[in-house]
Design a protein around this ligand. Structure first.
Ligand code: ADP
Ligand code: MG
Length: 353
């Protein structure tokens, strides 16, 4: 797998650019504001159906234009597949193999992509939603049927919440519970299995990079002494008062602990960055060990973020991955990752000489 070709139209400062991507390592250099991160944003969008910089896709549309378009060709053991995404102010439309995709989420199964960028510490620092997304992306790639259960759970949850908001009777609200419990338990079990495997994969990495002992604890989103079914029933009166479902996998949390304390509170910004990067690398390694896929790793300006000792530690780990690397740098003579198969320089949103 991996990206072979990329075309980006009217996305941020990129008017119309095309790249042939190396199967192993592509380096993109350019001054500040030349569009480097925007290229990674376009690639990420192709595999995730969203940006890592904003949750408003309309922000990506080049000023004065009506839509952005990203087109890519990814290679897998089944051959080359064309993926496309178009974003207007109103909606996103994904195309897979020349056909309209049922949902943007479908893109993910064809193009596993991960990013390590200057904001990666947010994975540790922000609220639980970012860590649930991290788990769910990982679970989905090693256990594809997970996606269907998760989508059904979300549908049942939306219906139950609508019933709660409309102050419907306890029995009408409760009518959604069997579906919620059936799908929620599948989601919960898959996440638990995944977090255990991720912890095993990440521990030695974090020991090498930070000299710290990692623990990952998955909290299901309801009191641990109860089943989900019991928790829902216990919470029903309070849910009806508040008009929202307060327990379930949508409230789950992944607690990241190092050396016995919560990483969110006791670890410096620099260590948080390294910790989060190590988790991302562990996810890729897990994916590589459990599927035949070659994932893609985007690295946004790694030299700017880490001191040279931590950077070289990180690079040692990156070298053991099968993943395709696409890296940006301010420094046109960035050599820390060896010689790229292809290199591009960007100037004002255009590919330079
Ligand atoms: N919607 C937009 N339309 C046009 N230009 C944009 C839009 N959003 C951001 N930009 C501009 O795009 C440029 C690209 O920035 P970026 O990709 O972050 O560059 P780099 O990573 O090389 O520093 C910035 O100068 C920014 O002002
Ligand atoms: Mg940038």
């Amino acid at each position: 797998m991996g990206l072979r070709r990329l075309e980006v139209t009217d996305l941020r400062c990129l008017r119309a650019v095309e790249f042939e991507i190396d199967p192993h390592y592509t380096l993109i250099s350019g001054a500040n504001g030349s569009g480097k991160t925007s290229v990674l944003e376009a690639i990420y969008f192709l595999g995730r159906g969203r940006s890592f910089r904003t949750h408003r896709p309309a922000r990506l549309i080049r000023t004065g234009c009506e839509r952005f378009i990203v087109f890519g060709e990814v290679e897998s053991q089944h051959g080359v597949l064309a993926l496309g995404i178009e974003g207007t102010a109103e909606r996103l439309r994904a195309r897979i193999g020349g056909r309209d995709a049922a949902s943007v989420a479908e893109l993910a199964s064809h193009f596993p992509v991960q990013i390590i960028d200057p904001d990666i510490h947010q994975l540790i620092e922000l609220g639980p939603a970012v860590r649930r997304r991290l788990i769910d992306w990982g679970v989905f790639h090693v256990e594809p049927p997970f996606l269907l259960s998760w989508q059904r759970y979300r549908q049942a949850l939306a219906q139950r919440n609508a019933a709660l908001r409309q102050r419907q009777s306890a029995s009408l609200v409760g009518a959604w519970d069997p579906e919620l419990v059936r799908t929620g338990d599948v989601v919960n079990d898959a996440r638990l299995r995944y977090v255990a495997r991720l912890e095993t994969m990440a521990q030695p990495l974090i020991e090498r990079l930070l000299g710290m002992k990692l623990e990952l604890r998955y909290r299901s989103g309801w009191p641990s002494e109860l089943t989900f079914d019991e928790a829902l029933r216990m919470q029903l009166t309070s849910d009806r008062e508040r008009g929202v479902t307060q327990v379930g996998p949508h409230r789950a949390e992944l607690v990241v602990r190092v050396d016995g304390t919560a990483a969110r509170e006791h670890v410096s910004r620099g260590q948080q960055k390294l910790l989060a990067a190590a988790l991302a690398i562990a996810q890729l390694r897990l994916l590589e060990s459990e599927t035949p896929d070659q994932p893609t790793l985007l690295l946004d300006d790694p030299a700017a973020e880490l001191d040279s000792e931590h950077l070289s530690g990180l690079i040692r780990e990156l070298r053991t991955l099968r993943a395709q690397l696409i890296v940006t740098t301010l420094d046109p003579v960035f050599t820390a990752l060896g010689e790229p198969g292809r290199r591009f320089s960007l100037q004002h949103g255009q590919v330079g000489p």
